[in-house]
Design a protein around this ligand. Structure first.
Ligand SMILES: [Zn+2]
Ligand SMILES: [Zn+2]
Ligand SMILES: [Zn+2]
Length: 270
């Protein structure tokens, strides 16, 4: 098995942490301690000779610099919300100046026209395709499969399978639809939406930390990793407080920016 890995480039919800307009305890902690910064949610899948991005959040440039990523071959977009596509233009000069050939871009079917209207000048940067729910796309030794999430617009989560590890990535979802849950059942990792601390303001689009933990139990995931964490809503939360809350749940971890999950069955490295 090669050194395939899943790297969380960002672990924050739409506003990120710190937010320029906010001075809550979560934002103050992130201003004082860079390890508590949460850029917007996205991931990088690395496998033999292939670098695959899941989403291009507005923080993409900083994320790629931070993780020393120098090549991108394929891009999958979960859904057409700004916090997940806003950094797509950051790939333009990489393609024009270094790669010299388009990146394969898999969009949600409902986003094909929206992409074209919003970024006509980026069409030449990508070979644009649309993903299909339940279809598996081979990437070296890995398979990536878009599965329906429960969110305000058409949204995928991705099931990533290596010969030894099954990882489900659902950054924006409120629970899982009945057609998805059985396919995620018993995953080694469920990385899921835990936007809200305290009350969930958007119960049809996102989860609270408590709901994410409950979904992990329902899906019998071996390890649950909470991501898309707001820190502001509905009760401001520091990462220190979050760690204290999770102490009672040994199989649940909070994501952090730069978290690496090996897909060769050795456990989380950092
Ligand atoms: Zn805040
Ligand atoms: Zn969303
Ligand atoms: Zn989001």
């Amino acid at each position: 098995m090669s050194n395939a890995a899943f790297i969380l480039l960002g672990s924050g919800a739409g506003p990120g942490a710190p937010s320029f307009f906010c001075d809550c305890v979560g934002c103050r902690e992130a201003r004082e301690h860079p390890a508590a910064i949460r850029t917007r949610s996205g991931a990088l899948l690395t496998t033999a000779g292939q670098q695959v991005l899941i989403d291009t959040p507005p923080d993409l440039r900083q994320q790629l610099l931070r993780e020393r990523v120098s090549d991108v071959d394929t891009l999958f977009i979960t859904h057409w919300h700004y916090d997940h596509f806003g950094g797509i233009g950051e790939l333009e000069y990489y393609v024009k100046l270094k790669r010299m050939q388009p990146i394969t871009l898999y969009l949600p079917p409902s986003a094909r026209e929206l992409f074209h209207n919003a970024f006509p000048a980026l069409e030449e940067i990508f070979t644009v395709q649309t993903w299909e729910f339940f279809r598996s796309y081979p990437l070296g030794e890995l398979l990536i499969t878009p599965l329906p999430a429960r969110h305000s617009i058409e949204t995928a989560g991705f099931m990533v399978s290596s010969p030894t590890v099954r990882l489900a990535y659902f950054p924006d979802t409120a629970g899982l639809p009945p057609e998805t849950l059985p396919l995620v059942q018993g995953s080694d990792y469920l990385i899921c939406d835990a936007t809200f601390s305290g009350e969930n303001w958007f119960p049809n689009s996102h989860m609270s930390i408590a709901e994410a933990i409950e979904l992990g139990q329902q899906a019998e995931a071996k390890t649950v990793i909470l991501t898309h964490i707001s820190v502001h809503y509905s009760r401001p939360l520091t990462s220190v407080e979050l760690q204290q809350q999770l102490a009672a749940h040994p199989h649940v971890r909070a994501a952090h920016d730069g978290m690496v999950i090996p897909l060769s069955g050795e456990g989380v490295k950092r």
